[in-house]
Design a protein around this ligand. Structure first.
Ligand SMILES: Nc1nc2c(ncn2[C@@H]2O[C@H](COP(=O)(O)OP(=O)(O)OP(=O)(O)O)[C@@H](O)[C@H]2O)c(=O)[nH]1
Length: 427
């Protein structure tokens, strides 16, 4: 009898220990979002993932076709489009893209990972202090106005001016003011806490989008063979493309992925050097061409090398180009077309500098027409009071803001999540 009891106790202890270990393993796994078998969760409009869950990633190969809501562009009449040039008349001679035979791109082998990478989880919360300038515009000014009780027409004018100064644009500002007026009177808001709640709700709703915010940087399978996700990074000069490419590589490597970087910025040798430095820091391979080489050829070689070596993601950094220069925009279109002879481009990230305000919108529109942008990265949000550009750019393109740059540090890249972002703005 006592041996039966002893056996029973031993079995119970073993089962308890097994449950404890399984629980711990599940808890650990939940902290890591990199799992190509797990599709990014379908969530309601606007908040396709929680910022505290890290930078959401999705497998390539499943990107929906991007539909640009041309008719919903209320503020861009008269803006340059593809084929237009700000300084040069439309009928003047334009630069064309030349096909030239080029030597093989150079492959720079990776070095072992040398440094610790900040986990992606909870970055927007950790970096929220960087939004101080935008916060003073929204938090201090708007809450001060709305929390003061019954608003007269002058106060509503001030609310409108504040939103316009934060770069929300006329159309978005009007929509927000209208909704605020409705909600404040419908709910008979009396306290500043209630006013904050309404403001939070209205601003968050304005940032909602049907598009998924997960970055398509996980591998997928084509005809039974592993295919790396191909990410193209584009934008005008100095917006932070190379920095963003490097930061994103770090996120992928930190989550156990293998990455190859393609230095398709062949205008400046320094740009490829800069990318190589980022690559060395995470132990990634780089494919780069000679200065002046055809960027499309380098991008093609990078993707080919990535497919051959079986990496998880190929990130292609392109040269900065002015959206008003037709020849350069044509060249970018060519880079994408040529890469697609090798593999589908899963993610086209347009990097916009938040400090440039309205000009960023013009850039966004032209780039979207040339290369079907699938996600926006808004950089330098740490250095501007005009964080309101986030609100406009999504509406303008119908493409979600996926990532935000909040500093020059290697891990100052955060996922964009409307609720957490508005929270940070309101302080
Ligand atoms: N404050 C701040 N600076 C940033 C951010 N992202 C990039 N930068 C800085 O912006 C400058 C330009 O960044 P790059 O990555 O070289 O820009 P790029 O678009 O690749 O430049 P080109 O190749 O010349 O077109 C660098 O000094 C970066 O450190 C950001 O989120 N915040």
């Amino acid at each position: 009898m006592s041996s039966t009891w002893f056996l029973f106790v031993v079995v119970a202890v073993v089962v308890l220990v097994a449950l404890l270990v399984t629980g711990l393993l599940i808890a650990r796994r939940r902290r890591i979002t990199l799992d190509s078998r797990r599709e990014v969760e379908e969530k309601p409009k606007g908040g396709s993932y929680a910022a505290s869950g890290g930078i959401a990633l999705a497998p390539g190969g499943t990107a929906p076709e991007v539909e640009h809501p041309v008719e919903e562009r209320p503020e861009t009449d008269g803006q340059p489009a593809v084929g237009d040039d700000a300084a040069v008349p439309r009928d003047s001679a334009q630069r064309t893209v030349r096909d030239v035979k080029l030597p093989e791109a150079e492959v720079v082998e990776p070095t072992p990972v040398a440094e610790a990478i900040d986990p992606a989880a909870g970055r927007l919360e950790r970096l929220r202090g960087r939004l101080t300038k935008s916060r003073s515009m929204f938090g201090t000014s708007l809450l001060g106005l709305l929390g003061a009780g019954d608003l007269d027409e002058d106060s509503w004018q001030d609310v409108e001016d504040t939103l316009l100064m934060a770069d929300l644009g006329a159309a978005t500002t009007n929509q927000i003011v209208e909704r605020l007026r409705d909600e404040l009177s419908r709910r008979a808001v009396r306290s500043s806490a209630e006013a904050r709640e309404v403001l939070h709700e209205v601003l968050t709703a304005q940032l909602s989008t049907d598009g998924h915010r997960a970055v398509r940087a996980l591998p997928h399978t084509v005809d039974g063979k592993k295919q790396p996700a191909v990410v193209l990074v584009a934008g005008v000069n100095g917006t932070g493309k190379t920095t963003t490419t490097g930061k994103l590589a770090r996120v992928l490597v930190a989550q156990g992925g293998t990455v190859l970087l393609g230095a398709a910025d062949t205008f400046r040798a320094a740009a490829a050097d800069q990318l190589q430095t980022w690559a060395e820091r995470v132990g990634a391979e780089v494919v780069r061409g000679k200065e002046g080489a055809d960027p499309a050829a380098v991008a093609f070689d990078a993707v080919k090398r990535g497919v051959d070596t079986g990496v998880d993601a190929v990130l292609v950094d392109t040269a900065g180009r002015l959206h008003t220069k037709t020849g350069l925009m044509d060249e970018l279109g060519k880079v994408k077309r040529v890469v697609e002879k090798q593999a589908k481009v899963d993610e086209v990230l347009l990097v916009l500098d938040a400090t440039t305000g309205q000009n960023g919108l013009m850039q966004a529109r032209v780039f979207a027409e040339v290369i079907d942008v699938t996600g926006i990265v808004l950089t330098k949000l740490d250095g501007t009071a005009k964080g309101g550009i986030v609100f406009q750019v999504q509406k303008e393109l119908g493409v979600p803001v996926k990532l935000v740059g909040l500093g020059e540090g290697p891990d100052d890249l955060a996922p964009f999540e409307p609720g957490a972002f508005v929270d940070a703005l309101l302080g």
